[in-house]
Design a protein around this ligand. Structure first.
Ligand SMILES: *[C@@H]1O[C@H](CO)[C@@H](O)[C@H](O)[C@H]1NC(C)=O
Ligand SMILES: *[C@@H]1O[C@H](CO)[C@@H](O)[C@H](O)[C@H]1NC(C)=O
Ligand SMILES: *[C@@H]1O[C@H](CO)[C@@H](O)[C@H](O)[C@H]1NC(C)=O
Ligand SMILES: *[C@@H]1O[C@H](CO)[C@@H](O)[C@H](O)[C@H]1NC(C)=O
Length: 427
């Protein structure tokens, strides 16, 4: 009797959990598929990977279309410090924000100097920008920073600058809040109102095993929070109010505003994009009152989704990792290579096996193993979702993290988490 009962319980549980189990089983296929087995796609008439020598490990690219500027968040130090994937070798290599006037054929990306409002440079080390976003009307730049002393949201004042002298972003304030614990992407709704994703509940830095389990089992630990910032002229140490708007999102990653009432959020481990209706706080509420999000629909994709962006036509652009095993292999190899280089730099000789590995390091950096999956999600007349892959594979450009598009110029940009340069395609 008991036997029958427990069998029934087990069967019941399996039936209940089946959607989640089958999701995990499908994920297994992404773990093992190698990039050469992917169906390669490249829809661009012309393409180029620009600035291979200059740019490395750029997670994010955002466009300020009115000024035809691309802002890039790059962290060459990610090889040694990646708080999302759990690599804590050395935080000292600082990340760099670049501006690039992409419509000027002679322009190259130039670093944006981060300055204290009254004196000298602000961050020279321990700056690990991940998500960046720009609010053009107020000239505010927001950065999620995975610093070694804990994650922060940096608020900077910046205007794209193509004139003489360097481009500068002046520090306005640093927000530290327990509710901004694993910040990933963000979007400003106004100068002082921001939606931000926390990718995990457990921080891999302090709870490696639990954070791994959260990733592997696609547990719903991520969330979307609203950050109400003090006005720009408030004292630098004024605090923000942080409110959770949506919870229970497994590995909550990119976020984008499709139109004034629809927010898209990517779940990496559910391999999906969810749309939420965005409603402003009720009339008569104070200015800092948070808006609300209500879940609408979810769309699955054949890749671990990373970052999202929306183009001016309201098309959702999605970047992801179609071959997770290859991405993990890249991360692991970068760590090994850095160890070998550190050993060499310290004057120690490499043995035969290490020399072979070291040669492969240079090769791997020239042709990163991790593959790209860059696609567009649109809706046909009867509201059905249609994925249109734009660039898939690793033969042209690897490890896609963000896709952005300038609709008027017909230019699409793809940045790569562990890649050199920036992919630019013309449709
Ligand atoms: C600039 O001033 C701030 C606040 O007074 C101080 O914390 C910081 O260390 C100064 N930076 C430099 C580079 O002098
Ligand atoms: C992803 O891209 C969007 C829009 O381009 C940007 O706002 C966001 O900060 C990016 N996030 C990351 C983690 O790159
Ligand atoms: C935070 O909330 C308090 C009320 O709880 C309000 O007085 C304050 O202005 C808010 N601050 C910001 C920056 O939103
Ligand atoms: C915003 O986009 C969603 C999803 O495509 C659509 O259903 C909705 O009608 C759009 N709303 C507006 C105001 O354009």
């Amino acid at each position: 009797m008991l036997g029958k009962l427990s069998t029934a319980v087990v069967l019941g549980l399996v039936a209940l959990l089946w959607p989640h189990i089958s999701l995990l089983l499908e994920t297994q296929q992404l773990q093992t598929i190698t990039p050469d087995k992917l169906t390669k796609v490249n829809v661009f008439k012309e393409h180029e990977v620009k600035f291979r020598e200059l740019l490395k490990n750029c997670e994010d690219v955002i466009l300020v279309e009115e000024e035809q500027v691309a802002l890039l968040s790059c962290d060459p130090g990610r090889d040694n410090w990646n708080t999302v994937m759990g690599n804590f070798r050395d935080p000292s290599g600082a990340g760099i924000l670049y501006q690039w006037f992409y419509n000027d054929a002679d322009a190259v990306p130039t670093p944006i100097a981060l300055e204290h409002p009254t004196n000298g440079s602000y961050y020279t080390t321990d700056f690990h920008p991940l998500g960046i976003e720009y609010h053009a009307p107020s000239g505010t730049l927001y950065v999620t920073n995975h610093a070694s002393h804990g994650p922060t949201l940096e608020v900077l004042s910046y205007k794209p600058w193509s004139g003489f002298g360097r481009a500068v972003a002046k520090h306005v304030r640093t927000i530290r809040d327990p509710a901004i614990h694993t910040p990933n992407s963000l979007i400003p709704l106004s100068a002082t109102s921001i939606l931000l994703t926390n990718d995990h509940f457990f921080k891999v830095r302090f709870n490696r095993a639990l954070a791994r389990a959260e990733t592997q089992l696609a547990l719903p630990g991520g969330n979307v929070v609203h950050v109400s910032l003090p006005p720009a002229d408030a004292p630098a140490d004024a605090s923000a109010n942080v409110t959770t708007l949506a919870r229970g999102l497994p590995f909550c990653n990119g976020i984008a505003l499709l139109n004034s009432s629809t927010v898209a959020v990517a779940s990496t481990t559910r391999r999906s994009v969810s749309l939420y209706a965005l409603s402003p706080a009720p009339a008569g509420s104070p200015a800092w009152a948070p808006p609300s999000l209500s879940f609408r629909s979810e769309y699955h994709a054949p890749a671990f989704l990373d970052n999202l962006s929306a183009d001016q036509n309201g098309r959702l652009l999605v970047a992801g990792h179609p071959s997770v095993g290859a991405l993990s292999a890249t991360v692991a190899q970068r760590m090994t290579c850095n160890d070998l280089r550190a050993k060499q730099a310290a004057g120690a000789a490499l043995d035969e096996a290490e020399r072979v590995t070291e040669k492969e390091c240079d090769e791997e950096e020239k042709h990163v193993k991790a593959a790209t999956w860059a696609a567009e999600l649109s809706f046909n007349e009867d509201g059905a979702a249609v994925w249109r892959p734009l660039l898939v594979g690793n033969d042209i450009y690897g490890s896609s993290a963000t896709v952005a598009r300038d609709v008027k110029k017909g230019l699409t940009f793809v940045s790569g988490l562990y890649e050199r340069g920036l992919f630019v395609g013309k449709e």
